[in-house]
Design a protein around this ligand. Structure first.
Ligand code: MSP
Length: 519
C-alpha cells in the first residue's frame, strides 16, 4: 500500500517587512505537524512561501526607493534565512512572483470564467480599503476612522470600476460545507466564527484594482474595453496552494487537494469562505481542512512596534538556540488559541524543563551507564515505566495526527510527563545504591535499560519539536539511524540494549542570568 499523502501549507507571508514572532509561531507549528506526519509514515509535502504582489508591498518598496522585484527578492531571502535557522523542513518555497505561479493563477482565473461565466462582472464600486489587510472594510470593522486591525494605517477611500466575483452565489454551498464537514474548519472557535459570518450573508468581492501595476493582470477581457486591471492580491495569493502543485499541468492531481492549510485567525475567513468558493467556481476539489491558529501577543498586546515592546526575533532565537525556542513557543502558546510571549517565562521554562529536566536526565543516565556498565546499555525487562510512557506518547501523537485537531502544546505536555516520570524513577530506584551491592546487578541492569529506553522514546517524540537536540541525544545514546527518521510506531518496540553511549556536550546548559532587554 502506498503511504498516505499529506500535503500541508502555511499562509504565504507578505513580503513587506522582516519575519516576526507571529510568522515564526505559524511556521514552527506547521513544521512540527509536518515532521510528526513524516514520523507517522506519511508522504508529506510541506509548502510555505511569500505573498509578493499588492498595494502594501508596492508602497513599502516605493517608500524605500527600490523596484518592487528587487525589494521582494531581498525580503524572500531574509525569510528563508530565518526558516532555515529555525529548521523549518519545508519541501517547497513558493513566491507569487514566480513565473509558474503567475501563469498558474491566470489559468485558474480563466477556468473560473469558463466554468462559471456568470461569476465575474464589472461594477462601479466605492469603499474604505485597508492596505494593511488588503481588504475593503465594512462599517463595523472601522473604529475612529481606522481599521480595527491596523490602527496605524490610514484607510483609503477607493472609488473605481472593478471586476467582481459573485461570492454571494456560494452562500448556500458554503453553509452546507461548514455544516456537513465539521472538520473543514477547526478549531471549533474558528468554525463558529465562520458560521456567524455566513449567517450575516455574503457580499460579492471586488477582485481587481484599476491602477495597480504590481499585480497579475486579470486574464479576463473587459466587455467595456479598457486596460486589463491588476488582480486583487488575495485572488492572486490564495491559489498559491494550487499552483504549487503544478497546476494547470495535469500532474497537479497527484497532490491536490491539500490535506491541511495552517493559517492565522485573522485570515481564516479568506480560507474558509473565499477560497472554497473560488475552487467551487472552477470546479476543483476543496482542501480537506483549514486550521486557524491564534495570535501571539506580548504582555496582552498584539505584537507591534508601536506598543513599545521591541524584542527581535533573531535575538530570542539566539538566546538558547533554535531548538529551545521552538520548544518554548509551542509549549507556551496553545495552537488553538491566543497566547503571550514573555522573555522571563522563556528563561524559567528553559531552565526548569530543558536544562534541569531533560538535559539533566540525559546526562545523569548516560554518566551512570558509563560508570556502572562501561558505556554499554544493558538488557532489561520492560516494566511499568515503559507502559506509562507509551500511553503518554500515544496521547502526544494523537495531539498531532489531526484526530483531535492540531495541538502541539498538548503533545509537549504529554512528553514532559515522560521526562518527569524518568527523573522520578531515578530517585525511586536509586541506581547508585544498587551499584554498591553486587547481588543487585540484575536490578541495576533493569533500571539502566529502562532509563535508556525512556530517553530513546523521548528523542523520537521530541524530534519534531527539537530536531537538532533530539539527534544529539540520539547520538549520545549510541542509537542507530536518526531519531527523526524513526516512526512513532517503532517507539513501542524500542530497546536500547547493546547501544554504546557517549557523553557529549550538555544538551541544554543552564542559563545563569537574563540578558538585558533591548529596546
Ligand atoms: N499574505 C497573507 C496571507 C496569504 S495566504 C494565501 C498574510 N500575510 S501576513 O504576513 O500578514 O501573515 C502571515 C501569517 O502570519 C498569517 O497566517 C497570520 O495570521 C500570521 N500571523 C501574523 N501575525 C501573527 C501573530 N501575532 N500571531 C500569530 N500569527 C500571526 O496574511
Amino acid at each position: 500500500m502506498s503511504p498516505k499523502q499529506f500535503y500541508l501549507t502555511t499562509a504565504i507571508d507578505y513580503a513587506n517587512g522582516d519575519p516576526h514572532f507571529g510568522h515564526a509561531l505559524e511556521k514552527i507549528g506547521a513544521d512540527v505537524i509536518a515532521r510528526a506526519h513524516r514520523q507517522m509514515g506519511e508522504q508529506v509535502h510541506f509548502c510555505i512561501g511569500m505573498d509578493e504582489h499588492g498595494q502594501k508591498v508596492a508602497q513599502t518598496a516605493a517608500a524605500k526607493g527600490v523596484e518592487p522585484q528587487v525589494f521582494v527578492d531581498d525580503i524572500a531571502a531574509r525569510f528563508r534565512g530565518m526558516w532555515d535557522l529555525l529548521a523549518i523542513s519545508y519541501d517547497q518555497f513558493i513566491r507569487t512572483t514566480d513565473p509558474a505561479h503567475k501563469s498558474g493563477v491566470r489559468a485558474f482565473i480563466k477556468r473560473i470564467a469558463d466554468a462559471s461565466p456568470d461569476d465575474f462582472y464589472e461594477k462601479e464600486y466605492e469603499g474604505w480599503y485597508c492596505v494593511g489587510c488588503e481588504l475593503f472594510k465594512r462599517a463595523d470593522e472601522i473604529v475612529d476612522g481606522k481599521c480595527v486591525l491596523h490602527a496605524t494605517r490610514e484607510l483609503q477611500w477607493t472609488k473605481e470600476r472593478n471586476w467582481f466575483f459573485r461570492l454571494s452565489k456560494y452562500q448556500a454551498f458554503l453553509q452546507r460545507l461548514v455544516d456537513e464537514r465539521p472538520d473543514f474548519v477547526q478549531p471549533e472557535s474558528r468554525r463558529n466564527e465562520i458560521k456567524a459570518l455566513l449567517a450575516t450573508g455574503l457580499e460579492d468581492l471586488s477582485i481587481t484594482r484599476a491602477r495597480l501595476a504590481w499585480a497579475i493582470p486579470l486574464p479576463v477581457p473587459s466587455p467595456t474595453g479598457g486596460e486589463p486591471q491588476g488582480t486583487w492580491v488575495w485572488f492572486d495569493a490564495l491559489p498559491n496552494y494550487l499552483t504549487a502543485t503544478g497546476y494547470p499541468d495535469k500532474s497537479y492531481r497527484n497532490r491536490w487537494p491539500a490535506q491541511l492549510h495552517v493559517v492565522g485567525k485573522d485570515i481564516t475567513r479568506l480560507h474558509c469562505v473565499v477560497w472554497p468558493a473560488m475552487l467551487q467556481a472552477a470546479e476543483l476539489a476543496l482542501p480537506e481542512r483549514v486550521w486557524g491558529h491564534g495570535f501571539l501577543n506580548f504582555g496582552g498586546e498584539r505584537m507591534s512596534k508601536s506598543a513599545g515592546v521591541k524584542i527581535e526575533l533573531a535575538d530570542e532565537v539566539a538566546r538558547f538556540g533554535p531548538d529551545a525556542f521552538r520548544y518554548f513557543l509551542l509549549r507556551e502558546i496553545p495552537f488553538d488559541g491566543d497566547g503571550s510571549y514573555s522573555i522571563e517565562r522563556y528563561e524559567a521554562v528553559y531552565n526548569s524543563e530543558l536544562a534541569n529536566g531533560l538535559g539533566n536526565l540525559a546526562s545523569r543516565v548516560i554518566a551512570m551507564i558509563e560508570k556502572y556498565r562501561a558505556g554499554v546499555v544493558p538488557d532489561g525487562a520492560r516494566g511499568p515505566l515503559d507502559t506509562d510512557d507509551i500511553a503518554d506518547l500515544s496521547t502526544a501523537q494523537q495531539a498531532l495526527d489531526g484526530s483531535r485537531g492540531y495541538l502541539p502544546h498538548e503533545a509537549l505536555d504529554a512528553i514532559a510527563k515522560v521526562t518527569s516520570r524518568a527523573n522520578l524513577f531515578i530517585q525511586q530506584s536509586a541506581p547508585w545504591t544498587l551499584a554498591k551491592d553486587p547481588a543487585k546487578a540484575a536490578e541495576l541492569d533493569a533500571v539502566l535499560a529502562a532509563l535508556a529506553r525512556s530517553l530513546a522514546r523521548q528523542a523520537v517524540a521530541l524530534a519534531a519539536f527539537m530536531p537538532g537536540k533530539a539527534e544529539s541525544l540520539w547520538t549520545q545514546l549510541g542509537a542507530p539511524g536518526a531519531a527523526g527518521a524513526t516512526t512513532y510506531e517503532a517507539i513501542n518496540r524500542l530497546s536500547a540494549a547493546g547501544w554504546k553511549v557517549s557523553k557529549g556536550e550538555g544538551l541544554f546548559p543552564r542559563a545563569e542570568q537574563t540578558p538585558p532587554v533591548v529596546g
